[in-house]
Ligand binder design. Structure first.
Ligand SMILES: C[S@@+](CC[C@H](N)C(=O)[O-])C[C@H]1O[C@@H](n2cnc3c(N)ncnc32)[C@H](O)[C@@H]1O
Length: 249
């Protein structure tokens, strides 16, 4: 893992508080809520005991999953994100600063009583951890979701080739990613797609995922999921993630 982690800054914690719990922008639905709802939908018909939200950030999707699963583990590399999720769970609220123009900021409050998971949220537990080197106790899941994570991992192959060991048979692995591979996060030799092979053929990330996951998972669906991250009052990132849903053989 690289020495600096941009996800540890207050700025990023505030940005993700806003992204995961704040208003919707330009008619695009809350991404964490959408991903949790899709995950719950795809895991209907299998048992819904234990779920893992890898790269959970400030915990919104983990909390949403507690409405269907008996226990939800949220894991993130960033201690600052885990602290924010735990503060919300413990204190029922958290304050964050939303960027305006330049130095201007607005203080906002997230209040857990506003959400439908206000009672079930106690079923979530949060841990600092590394998706590429997870501790052995993270296992026996009926659902693992890893949204917008793979193109932020230093070696996504380590995660993708071992994750089957942690999912029950028939369980669901739900991935989303905009596949914006960047060398500051992932050295080029570890990109799963988004490059040309030695014969000049383009390799897409979905092809790369199939290669790594095919042995243990069946691909059951793909779908485009948009999201908007607010940077300032006048600057927003509008991105289209590709969701792929895999069932453990
Ligand atoms: C782009 S954000 C996505 C957050 C959230 N899942 C979402 O969909 O909005 C990537 C997240 O992955 C976390 N992350 C990065 N590398 C990680 C690793 N090796 N293990 C676990 N989490 C990691 C970051 O701290 C950050 O919370």
């Amino acid at each position: 893992m690289k020495e600096t982690n941009i996800y540890e800054t207050d700025e990023l914690v505030s940005q993700y508080c806003d992204f995961q719990y704040g208003d919707d922008y330009f008619g695009v639905e809350n991404f964490a809520l959408t991903c949790a709802q899709k995950s719950i939908g795809y895991s209907k018909g299998t048992q819904q005991k234990k779920a893992l939200d890898l790269g959970c950030a400030t915990g919104r999707a983990s909390f949403e999953l507690t409405q269907s699963f008996d226990r939800v583990d949220g894991v993130d590399y960033s201690q600052a994100f885990i602290d924010a999720a735990e503060e919300l769970q413990k204190n029922g609220q958290i304050r964050y600063a939303q960027n305006g123009e330049g130095d201007l900021k607005k203080q906002l409050l997230i209040d857990m009583t506003m959400y439908s998971f206000r009672d079930s949220c106690v079923k979530a537990q949060f841990f600092q951890g590394d998706a590429c080197a997870l501790d052995p106790e993270f296992k026996d899941y009926d659902l693992i979701m890893a949204t917008n994570l793979i193109d932020r991992l230093y070696q996504p192959q380590l995660f993708l080739t071992s994750i089957h060991e942690r999912i029950n048979h028939g369980g669901v692995l739900l991935l989303t990613s905009p596949y914006t591979w960047r060398e500051e996060y992932t050295a080029k030799e570890f990109w799963i797609g988004g490059y040309k092979d030695e014969n000049g053929n383009e390799v897409s990330t979905l092809e790369g995922l199939k290669k790594l996951l095919d042995e243990n998972f069946e691909l059951i669906a793909t779908e485009d999921i948009p999201f908007v991250i607010r940077e300032t009052s006048r600057k927003f990132q509008h991105t289209i993630s590709q969701m792929s849903v895999w069932r453990k053989r």
